[in-house]
Design a protein around this ligand. Structure first.
Ligand code: 13P
Length: 287
Protein backbone atom coordinates (compact mmCIF):
# COMPACT_ATOMS: atom_id res chain seq x y z
CA UNK A 1 0.00 0.00 0.00
CA UNK A 2 1.54 3.31 -1.10
CA UNK A 3 1.30 5.87 1.70
CA UNK A 4 3.12 9.00 2.77
CA UNK A 5 5.76 8.51 5.45
CA UNK A 6 4.24 10.66 8.21
CA UNK A 7 2.15 8.12 10.08
CA UNK A 8 4.75 5.33 9.93
CA UNK A 9 7.43 7.68 11.30
CA UNK A 10 5.24 9.19 14.01
CA UNK A 11 4.49 5.62 15.14
CA UNK A 12 8.19 4.74 15.03
CA UNK A 13 9.07 7.80 17.12
CA UNK A 14 6.43 6.90 19.70
CA UNK A 15 7.39 3.21 19.67
CA UNK A 16 11.18 3.78 19.85
CA UNK A 17 12.16 2.02 16.65
CA UNK A 18 13.20 3.26 13.20
CA UNK A 19 11.87 2.66 9.70
CA UNK A 20 14.48 1.85 7.05
CA UNK A 21 14.81 4.07 4.00
CA UNK A 22 16.47 1.99 1.29
CA UNK A 23 17.57 3.63 -1.94
CA UNK A 24 16.43 1.98 -5.16
CA UNK A 25 18.35 1.85 -8.43
CA UNK A 26 16.36 -0.50 -10.64
CA UNK A 27 13.64 -3.15 -10.70
CA UNK A 28 15.67 -5.81 -8.86
CA UNK A 29 16.42 -3.42 -5.98
CA UNK A 30 12.77 -2.41 -5.67
CA UNK A 31 11.50 -5.98 -5.83
CA UNK A 32 14.02 -7.17 -3.22
CA UNK A 33 13.12 -4.41 -0.76
CA UNK A 34 9.35 -4.78 -1.22
CA UNK A 35 9.52 -8.57 -0.83
CA UNK A 36 11.55 -8.28 2.36
CA UNK A 37 9.26 -5.67 3.89
CA UNK A 38 6.23 -7.85 3.17
CA UNK A 39 7.90 -11.01 4.52
CA UNK A 40 8.85 -9.21 7.74
CA UNK A 41 5.60 -7.25 8.04
CA UNK A 42 7.58 -4.03 8.21
CA UNK A 43 6.83 -0.53 6.96
CA UNK A 44 9.43 0.68 4.45
CA UNK A 45 10.56 3.78 2.61
CA UNK A 46 11.89 3.51 -0.94
CA UNK A 47 14.36 6.36 -1.46
CA UNK A 48 15.14 7.73 -4.92
CA UNK A 49 18.01 10.15 -5.44
CA UNK A 50 17.86 12.55 -8.37
CA UNK A 51 20.70 10.60 -10.01
CA UNK A 52 18.89 7.27 -9.61
CA UNK A 53 15.68 8.84 -10.90
CA UNK A 54 17.51 10.02 -14.01
CA UNK A 55 19.13 6.59 -14.42
CA UNK A 56 15.70 4.93 -14.37
CA UNK A 57 14.64 7.37 -17.17
CA UNK A 58 12.75 9.75 -14.88
CA UNK A 59 10.57 10.00 -11.78
CA UNK A 60 7.41 9.11 -13.70
CA UNK A 61 8.89 5.74 -14.63
CA UNK A 62 9.86 5.15 -11.01
CA UNK A 63 6.42 6.06 -9.65
CA UNK A 64 4.66 3.90 -12.25
CA UNK A 65 6.96 0.95 -11.53
CA UNK A 66 6.60 1.16 -7.77
CA UNK A 67 2.81 1.54 -7.87
CA UNK A 68 2.46 -1.38 -10.26
CA UNK A 69 4.81 -3.58 -8.24
CA UNK A 70 2.88 -2.89 -5.02
CA UNK A 71 -0.26 -4.04 -6.81
CA UNK A 72 1.17 -7.00 -8.73
CA UNK A 73 3.12 -8.30 -5.72
CA UNK A 74 0.18 -7.82 -3.32
CA UNK A 75 2.22 -5.64 -0.98
CA UNK A 76 0.01 -4.76 1.98
CA UNK A 77 2.62 -3.21 4.32
CA UNK A 78 2.94 0.60 4.24
CA UNK A 79 5.38 1.73 1.53
CA UNK A 80 6.42 5.34 1.00
CA UNK A 81 8.04 6.45 -2.26
CA UNK A 82 10.36 9.25 -1.23
CA UNK A 83 12.65 11.66 -3.09
CA UNK A 84 16.09 11.60 -1.44
CA UNK A 85 18.08 14.87 -1.20
CA UNK A 86 15.80 16.66 -3.62
CA UNK A 87 16.53 20.00 -5.21
CA UNK A 88 13.73 22.58 -5.44
CA UNK A 89 13.02 21.56 -9.07
CA UNK A 90 13.38 17.87 -8.26
CA UNK A 91 10.71 18.19 -5.56
CA UNK A 92 8.24 19.64 -8.05
CA UNK A 93 9.05 16.87 -10.54
CA UNK A 94 8.32 14.19 -7.91
CA UNK A 95 5.13 15.93 -6.85
CA UNK A 96 4.00 15.81 -10.46
CA UNK A 97 5.17 12.22 -10.94
CA UNK A 98 3.04 10.93 -8.04
CA UNK A 99 5.60 10.23 -5.31
CA UNK A 100 4.09 10.00 -1.81
CA UNK A 101 6.91 11.83 -0.04
CA UNK A 102 9.73 14.27 -0.77
CA UNK A 103 12.89 15.51 0.83
CA UNK A 104 13.90 19.08 0.10
CA UNK A 105 17.60 19.34 0.84
CA UNK A 106 18.32 23.03 1.20
CA UNK A 107 21.21 22.39 3.60
CA UNK A 108 23.77 23.91 1.22
CA UNK A 109 21.72 27.13 0.83
CA UNK A 110 21.83 30.14 3.16
CA UNK A 111 19.49 29.28 6.05
CA UNK A 112 16.91 31.99 5.14
CA UNK A 113 16.61 30.63 1.60
CA UNK A 114 16.41 27.07 2.91
CA UNK A 115 13.59 28.10 5.27
CA UNK A 116 11.67 30.01 2.59
CA UNK A 117 11.82 27.20 0.03
CA UNK A 118 11.05 24.53 2.64
CA UNK A 119 7.99 26.52 3.78
CA UNK A 120 6.66 26.74 0.24
CA UNK A 121 7.22 23.02 -0.36
CA UNK A 122 5.61 22.04 2.96
CA UNK A 123 2.42 23.82 1.89
CA UNK A 124 2.49 22.24 -1.57
CA UNK A 125 3.27 18.72 -0.31
CA UNK A 126 0.65 18.81 2.44
CA UNK A 127 -2.03 20.13 0.10
CA UNK A 128 -1.52 16.92 -1.88
CA UNK A 129 -1.30 14.57 1.11
CA UNK A 130 2.46 14.04 0.73
CA UNK A 131 4.99 14.04 3.55
CA UNK A 132 8.12 16.17 3.51
CA UNK A 133 11.60 15.85 5.00
CA UNK A 134 13.88 18.88 5.35
CA UNK A 135 17.53 19.24 6.20
CA UNK A 136 19.77 21.69 7.97
CA UNK A 137 23.53 21.35 8.36
CA UNK A 138 25.57 19.43 5.81
CA UNK A 139 25.93 15.67 6.13
CA UNK A 140 29.37 14.40 5.20
CA UNK A 141 30.65 12.22 2.41
CA UNK A 142 29.66 12.06 -1.24
CA UNK A 143 26.35 11.28 -2.86
CA UNK A 144 25.61 12.08 -6.49
CA UNK A 145 28.62 14.40 -6.55
CA UNK A 146 27.58 16.38 -3.45
CA UNK A 147 30.38 16.52 -0.89
CA UNK A 148 30.09 17.45 2.80
CA UNK A 149 32.32 17.13 5.84
CA UNK A 150 30.31 15.20 8.42
CA UNK A 151 29.13 18.41 10.08
CA UNK A 152 26.69 18.66 12.92
CA UNK A 153 23.44 20.63 12.73
CA UNK A 154 22.66 23.63 14.91
CA UNK A 155 19.71 22.85 17.25
CA UNK A 156 18.37 26.40 16.86
CA UNK A 157 18.21 26.02 13.09
CA UNK A 158 16.53 22.65 13.61
CA UNK A 159 13.83 24.30 15.74
CA UNK A 160 13.28 26.99 13.10
CA UNK A 161 12.83 24.56 10.23
CA UNK A 162 10.70 22.20 12.34
CA UNK A 163 8.31 25.06 13.10
CA UNK A 164 7.43 25.22 9.40
CA UNK A 165 5.39 22.03 9.73
CA UNK A 166 7.81 19.54 8.13
CA UNK A 167 7.10 15.88 8.88
CA UNK A 168 10.65 14.68 9.62
CA UNK A 169 14.06 16.27 9.89
CA UNK A 170 17.54 15.30 8.68
CA UNK A 171 20.10 16.88 10.96
CA UNK A 172 23.81 16.10 10.80
CA UNK A 173 25.31 14.44 13.88
CA UNK A 174 28.69 13.53 12.39
CA UNK A 175 27.22 10.98 9.97
CA UNK A 176 28.68 10.52 6.50
CA UNK A 177 27.37 9.02 3.26
CA UNK A 178 29.25 5.98 1.95
CA UNK A 179 31.78 3.82 3.79
CA UNK A 180 33.05 5.39 7.04
CA UNK A 181 36.79 6.14 7.14
CA UNK A 182 38.86 4.29 9.76
CA UNK A 183 39.38 7.53 11.67
CA UNK A 184 35.65 8.40 11.85
CA UNK A 185 34.78 9.92 15.24
CA UNK A 186 31.37 8.18 15.48
CA UNK A 187 27.94 9.72 15.94
CA UNK A 188 27.78 12.81 18.16
CA UNK A 189 25.13 11.79 20.69
CA UNK A 190 25.37 15.03 22.67
CA UNK A 191 24.35 16.91 19.51
CA UNK A 192 21.56 14.42 18.78
CA UNK A 193 20.23 14.82 22.31
CA UNK A 194 20.18 18.63 22.00
CA UNK A 195 18.46 18.45 18.60
CA UNK A 196 15.83 16.01 19.88
CA UNK A 197 15.06 18.33 22.78
CA UNK A 198 14.86 21.35 20.43
CA UNK A 199 12.23 19.65 18.23
CA UNK A 200 10.04 17.61 20.60
CA UNK A 201 8.15 14.76 18.93
CA UNK A 202 9.76 15.32 15.52
CA UNK A 203 10.98 12.09 13.85
CA UNK A 204 14.71 12.56 13.15
CA UNK A 205 16.45 11.09 10.12
CA UNK A 206 19.88 9.49 10.18
CA UNK A 207 21.48 9.58 6.74
CA UNK A 208 24.58 7.55 5.94
CA UNK A 209 23.26 4.38 7.61
CA UNK A 210 25.88 2.17 5.93
CA UNK A 211 28.47 0.79 8.30
CA UNK A 212 27.31 2.47 11.53
CA UNK A 213 27.97 -0.07 14.32
CA UNK A 214 24.83 -1.68 15.80
CA UNK A 215 25.33 -0.18 19.26
CA UNK A 216 25.46 3.35 17.80
CA UNK A 217 22.32 2.69 15.73
CA UNK A 218 20.48 1.51 18.85
CA UNK A 219 21.58 4.52 20.87
CA UNK A 220 20.58 6.90 18.03
CA UNK A 221 17.09 5.33 17.98
CA UNK A 222 16.83 5.68 21.77
CA UNK A 223 17.67 9.38 21.40
CA UNK A 224 15.00 10.09 18.78
CA UNK A 225 16.07 8.81 15.35
CA UNK A 226 13.05 7.27 13.56
CA UNK A 227 14.24 6.93 9.94
CA UNK A 228 17.58 5.49 8.86
CA UNK A 229 18.82 5.78 5.28
CA UNK A 230 20.82 2.94 3.75
CA UNK A 231 22.20 2.92 0.23
CA UNK A 232 25.88 1.95 -0.10
CA UNK A 233 25.52 -1.25 1.93
CA UNK A 234 22.96 -2.66 -0.53
CA UNK A 235 25.21 -1.69 -3.44
CA UNK A 236 28.20 -3.47 -1.91
CA UNK A 237 26.09 -6.57 -1.16
CA UNK A 238 24.71 -6.63 -4.71
CA UNK A 239 28.19 -6.27 -6.24
CA UNK A 240 29.61 -9.03 -4.02
CA UNK A 241 26.82 -11.49 -4.81
CA UNK A 242 27.17 -10.83 -8.54
CA UNK A 243 30.97 -11.07 -8.46
CA UNK A 244 30.90 -14.43 -6.65
CA UNK A 245 28.46 -15.82 -9.23
CA UNK A 246 30.67 -14.76 -12.14
CA UNK A 247 33.94 -15.74 -10.50
CA UNK A 248 32.50 -19.22 -9.89
CA UNK A 249 31.90 -19.39 -13.67
CA UNK A 250 28.16 -19.85 -13.18
CA UNK A 251 27.30 -17.44 -15.97
CA UNK A 252 28.97 -19.91 -18.35
CA UNK A 253 27.15 -23.01 -17.14
CA UNK A 254 23.91 -23.87 -18.97
CA UNK A 255 21.88 -20.69 -19.34
CA UNK A 256 23.60 -19.02 -16.42
CA UNK A 257 23.97 -15.89 -18.52
CA UNK A 258 20.20 -15.34 -18.44
CA UNK A 259 19.81 -11.98 -16.64
CA UNK A 260 17.18 -13.50 -14.36
CA UNK A 261 19.85 -15.95 -13.16
CA UNK A 262 22.78 -13.56 -13.35
CA UNK A 263 21.09 -10.92 -11.18
CA UNK A 264 19.52 -13.36 -8.70
CA UNK A 265 22.46 -13.70 -6.25
CA UNK A 266 22.86 -9.90 -6.02
CA UNK A 267 19.13 -9.51 -5.46
CA UNK A 268 19.20 -12.17 -2.72
CA UNK A 269 22.13 -10.33 -1.12
CA UNK A 270 20.10 -7.09 -1.03
CA UNK A 271 17.24 -8.98 0.62
CA UNK A 272 19.59 -10.30 3.31
CA UNK A 273 20.97 -6.81 3.94
CA UNK A 274 17.51 -5.23 4.18
CA UNK A 275 16.36 -7.99 6.56
CA UNK A 276 19.37 -7.46 8.81
CA UNK A 277 18.70 -3.69 8.92
CA UNK A 278 14.97 -4.05 9.61
CA UNK A 279 15.76 -6.39 12.50
CA UNK A 280 18.36 -3.97 13.88
CA UNK A 281 16.08 -0.94 13.47
CA UNK A 282 13.20 -2.75 15.23
CA UNK A 283 10.60 -2.27 12.46
CA UNK A 284 9.84 -5.98 12.00
CA UNK A 285 6.15 -6.71 12.74
CA UNK A 286 5.31 -3.00 12.92
CA UNK A 287 3.34 -2.72 9.65
P1 13P B 1 24.73 5.38 2.72
O1 13P B 1 24.99 5.30 1.25
O2 13P B 1 25.94 5.75 3.49
O3 13P B 1 24.06 4.17 3.23
O4 13P B 1 23.73 6.62 2.94
C1 13P B 1 22.46 6.59 2.36
C2 13P B 1 21.76 7.87 2.52
O5 13P B 1 21.91 8.58 3.50
C3 13P B 1 20.81 8.26 1.48
O6 13P B 1 20.26 9.51 1.70
Amino acid sequence: MLVNAKEMLDKAKAGHYAVGHFNINNLEWTKAILETAQELNSPVILGVSEGAGKYMTGFKTVAAMVKAMIEEMNITVPVALHLDHGSYDGCYKCIEAGFSSIMFDGSSLPIEENLAKTKELVEKAHSLGMSIEAEVGAIGGEEDGVVGMGECADPEECAKIASLGIDFLAAGIGNIHGVYPDNWAGLQFDVLDKIDKAVPGMPLVLHGGTGIPADQIKKAIELGVSKINVNTECQIAFAKGTREYIEAGKDQQGKGFDPRKLLAPGTAAIKATVKEKMELFGSVGKA
